[in-house]
Structure formats: C-alpha cells, structure tokens
Design a protein. Structure first.
Ligand SMILES: [Zn+2]
Ligand SMILES: [Zn+2]
Length: 151
C-alpha cells in the first residue's frame, strides 16, 4: 500500500488539472465543492445517486446542500467529465466515465458497476429488429443481485 500512494497523488493532481481545464473551457469556475464531487465520483467503486454524493461530500464540506451537489453534478456533466445514467423510475446515477461502456445493475440496492464493451457484445450490431433497421449503437445492462444483497 505505501508504494501506491505517490502514484495515486500524482494521478489525483493530473485529474484535478484536467477538471480545471474542462470546467473553464465550458464556462464553469473550479470550486472546492466541484473538486470534492469529482473526487468522490473518481474514487467510488460504483455509480452513486446524488444523495450518496451529497452524504460523502458533506463529510468534507459540512456547509454543502443537496441542491448545490445537484448543480455541481450538472456542471461536471456539462463540462464533459461525468455522465448521468437515467432510469424510467426517475432515478439517476452518476458516472465518472463518459466513454462507451456498459453496466451491471443490482435489482435490490440499485448499485451499478462498469462492464467493458467486448467483441461478444459487438455482435448486437448484427441484430435486425425490424426490416430496414440498422443498429448504430447499443446499451447493454445486466441485471442481477450483488454479493451484499444475496446474503
Ligand atoms: Zn445489491
Ligand atoms: Zn459506468
């Protein structure tokens, strides 16, 4: 573990520089709150809800409100450094990744994990759901129960 620390810190500094650059090129200021929201998204192992982000950031910055956390999340999305995953029931989860990838979702607790696109999933492009329909993209979501919920 001690060996890993300097690398993590260097990576953190680089990520912060990138965040600053992306925010300013999209017309947003770099703030301590935005950095805290970004750091939490970067380090959490699943894709949290706004409430989860709020509870984590509040530990560091007790004056933060849920409304400002929402605004900060929207700023990060507008700056292209995070993405929002929307569900039919109106819930949303936040993802630090903006590249093409897929998710596995626990139907009990709603937590989500990343799945890398594989050659196998690329075969979905060959499916013809209707005459003349060409698949140009796909979103794959695996549903199941996570280890915590299976216990
Ligand atoms: Zn679960
Ligand atoms: Zn993801």
């Amino acid at each position: 573990m001690p060996e890993k620390k300097p690398a993590t810190r260097g990576e953190g500094a680089r990520a912060k520089q990138q965040l600053k650059a992306n925010l300013s090129s999209s017309g947003f200021h770099f703030t301590q709150q935005r950095a805290a929201v970004f750091d939490f998204l970067r380090n959490v192992d699943h894709h949290p809800t706004a409430e989860e982000v709020y509870l984590a950031v509040k530990n560091q910055l007790p004056k933060v409100s849920l409304a400002t956390v929402y605004k900060n999340l929207e700023a990060l999305i507008a700056a292209g450094v995070a993405s929002k995953l929307n569900y039919g029931d109106g819930s949303a989860r936040y993802d630090i990744r903006t590249d093409h990838h897929h998710h596995a979702r626990c139907v009990e607790c709603g937590r989500m994990w990343d799945i890398e696109p594989t050659e196998h999933s690329a075969g979905l492009r060959k499916i013809k759901p209707a005459r003349g329909f060409t698949v140009t993209d796909y979103r794959l979501e695996l549903l199941g129960r996570c280890r915590d919920c299976r216990q």
